[in-house]
Design a protein around this ligand. Sequence first.
Ligand code: 5GP
Length: 120
Amino acid sequence: GTGSYDPDNIFAKILRGDIPCKKVFENEWVLAFHDIAPKAPVHVLIIPKKAYVSFIDFSKNASVEEIAGVMQSAGRIAADLHLEQAGYRLITNAGQNAGQEVPHFHLHLMGGKALPAFPA
Ligand code: 5GP
């Protein structure tokens, strides 16, 4: 569950407006903004507005409506950024072995160049 969610993580602060971000898209489900250290010409972070630590937390605790809202938003953002034709990558890191830095569930949307073979 969300019991271990840290309300002072950096994305919680961005959601509260306590620290700024370069916003790409926002609706009732998500906020999307440019990664501060982009690994590709397009590197956008898509985060649910509600508090989930990881993908498993989100998948267990979000409503079907919210899961659809988040995933449809990610698709819309990718299309709006003209990534469909050339291709893109959508990933989430969860926990220590994946190198998750920020404990608020997020999707990385990357594109705009030929991406390294995965896993890099
Ligand atoms: P993770 O490793 O948790 O999947 O990825 C966290 C991502 O958040 C990293 O790519 C990192 O560059 C990005 N990031 C960390 N702090 C900030 C911040 O304050 N603002 C923005 N826009 N991105 C951040």
